[in-house]
Design a protein around this ligand. Structure first.
Ligand SMILES: Cc1ncc(CNC=O)c(N)n1
Length: 237
């Protein structure tokens, strides 16, 4: 076995058959579940969430700000994907992601007007500002494609799995939040997340041990930012 390859196995714990993302999920399960099973998410699933103006402001207003920062980040990943060999399918998956963000921005506007949330006057909370800055720090040219792709996949997957959990059997999602849960928790969005995951695993197969560990750190950062994002729901973030 080549030296580089041995180093890679040491860093990731990956063997030939287990994809890197799967090894991370096993290793960091508790932290990951802390995001997808956050008390705020569980309160939506249980129907105990009070969808008062404060929570609406969070789910619509703060998330709108996040998504506006997410767009240039996704654009930067798309630019990187164009420089990758055999990029045709990556580019298409990322373009699909872009298209759904355009749709999402319109949806935020519709929800905002329904609940009289003024999107232009929402002041971003600290946790959100920090998360958006983190996204911006990942847009630079020096950030390797697998690292940026890892962040992208993790951001989408955490959201998808959180809202899909709300919709699983036994949930009692309040009617006002049903559409929100379906937007990110639907199966199509789940399939899209799996495509992102496959791109991550494939791009990491060719990556150096250093890039693989950077990607793992990036994965953990995303999960932590997602927890902090929902911690805003208690008002003391
Ligand atoms: C905080 C956060 N994380 C992930 C997503 C899902 N990606 C795009 O919409 C989101 N909307 N908000």
């Amino acid at each position: 076995m080549e030296k580089e390859e041995t180093a890679k196995m040491t860093v990731t714990g990956a063997t030939n058959n287990i994809p890197v993302t799967e090894t991370w999920m096993r290793k960091h399960r508790l932290l990951y579940d802390g995001a997808t099973r956050h008390p705020f998410i569980l309160s939506i699933r249980q129907g105990s969430v009070d969808f008062s103006s404060f929570k609406r402001w969070l789910v619509i207003g703060q998330d709108y700000i996040f998504v506006r920062s997410f767009v240039p980040f996704v654009a930067s990943v798309l630019v990187k994907s164009c420089k990758e060999p055999n990029n045709e399918s990556d580019m298409e998956v990322l373009l699909g992601g872009m298209a759904s963000l355009a749709d999402e921005i319109n949806w935020f506007k519709k929800e905002a007007s329904k609940y009289h949330v003024s999107l232009t006057s929402v002041v971003p909370q600290n946790a959100n500002v920090t998360y958006c800055r983190f996204l911006e720090s990942l847009t630079g040219q020096e950030i390797e494609y697998p690292v940026a792709m890892t962040a992208f996949w993790a951001i989408e997957s955490v959201y998808q799995q959180s809202f899909a959990h709300c919709l699983e059997e036994g949930g009692r999602v309040p009617q006002e939040l049903q559409e929100t849960c379906e937007r990110w928790g639907n199966e199509g969005f789940g399939a899209y997340c799996n495509s992102l995951r496959d791109i991550v695993d494939r791009s990491l197969q060719k990556a150096s041990a250093e890039v693989i560990s950077k990607a793992e750190v990036c994965f953990l950062s995303v999960v932590e930012h997602e927890v902090e994002f929902w911690n805003m729901s208690t008002g003391d973030a």
